[in-house]
Design a protein around this ligand. Sequence first.
Ligand code: ZN
Length: 241
Amino acid sequence: MRTLSRNIASLSAVLSLTLSSLPALAWHDKTHLSVAEAAGFDLWYSAAAPDVAKSKSEFRPIEEKNHYFNNNAGKEVDAAMVMSQVERYNKPEDGEGHLYGAIIGAIRAYKAEQNSGKYAEYPLAFCAHYVADLSMPLHNTAYDDFNKNRHSINDGIVEGSVRNNLGSIQRNMEDITILNEADLAREIAKVANTARKLGNQIREEQRDMTQNEVYTQLSRSASLLHAVLKYVGKTPASPVS
Ligand SMILES: [Zn+2]
C-alpha cells in the first residue's frame, strides 16, 4: 500500500511538472464551448478549435500569441492599447502576445471573407475562442511563476460541470451594445481589466479562482461575444434579459 501511494505521489509530481512546463492553454475545451453556446453562437461546437489548430507545431508560432497578452508592465488596458495590437494579429514575433488585437483581427477577417462571398464562419470561431480567453486572469497578466504553476488548474476550475451549467453563465450576462470598432475596443478593455484585477487578487492571496469567480468571468466573455455577434449581423440564439 505504501509503495502504491508513493508511486501515485511520484506520478502526480511528474504530471504536474509536465503540465506546468506546457505553454499557456486557456480555459479547457468544454469551458470554451459553453461560453460560445451561452452567447448564442450557432457554431459554438467549434469554439475550442483554435486550441486544436495551435497544437500543431507548425501553426503554434502564428496562433499562440493570439491567445494572451502578458501585460508585463501591469498597465491598465484601454481602447488605444487594444487597437495598437491589431496589426500584430497572426504575427509570431511578439513575446507578450496580442489577444486584444486578435479579437478585432478575427472580426475584420470575418467581414472581409463575408464580402468575398466565401464561407466566412470560421473567423468567428476564432473570435469566440479569443473572447473567452479574454476573461481568463492568467491570460491577461505576466507569465510569472505563479502563472506557470497555477495555469492548468485555473483553466479547469469548472471544466467538469460547465456543460450542465450554461445557466450559471447566462444568469449574469449583461446587454452590451457595439456599434463600431471604438465601442468594441472599449468593451474588450473592460473585460481585460476585470481579468487583470482578479489575476492580481489571486496572486496576492496565493490561491486559485473559486467557481463563482470563474462563472462571473465567463459571463463577461459571453456577454461580449453575444454583442459581437449582433455587431457583425448574426442573430445570436441566446436570450439576454
Ligand atoms: Zn486559447
